[in-house]
Design a protein. Structure first.
Length: 60
């Protein structure tokens, strides 16, 4: 479950970044930094997900 919290934290930050970019209230430099941070976070999530096959649980 530790991986779940790592993924959740990163995805929450990505959502914050998207909201900031959508609000169009930041400078171009800040926007570029946020964009790069978002891409880095998504890459980290992909690495976490591909690292360990884990188990699949069926939800009812």
């Amino acid at each position: 479950m530790e991986k779940d919290s790592e993924i959740d934290e990163r995805l929450e930050r990505v959502e914050e970044i998207i909201e900031q970019l959508d609000a169009d209230e930041c400078s171009r430099d800040v926007g570029e930094d946020l964009y790069e941070e978002g891409h880095r976070l998504i890459a980290e999530v992909r690495d976490i997900l591909s690292g360990d096959p884990g188990e699949v649980t069926e939800l009812e």
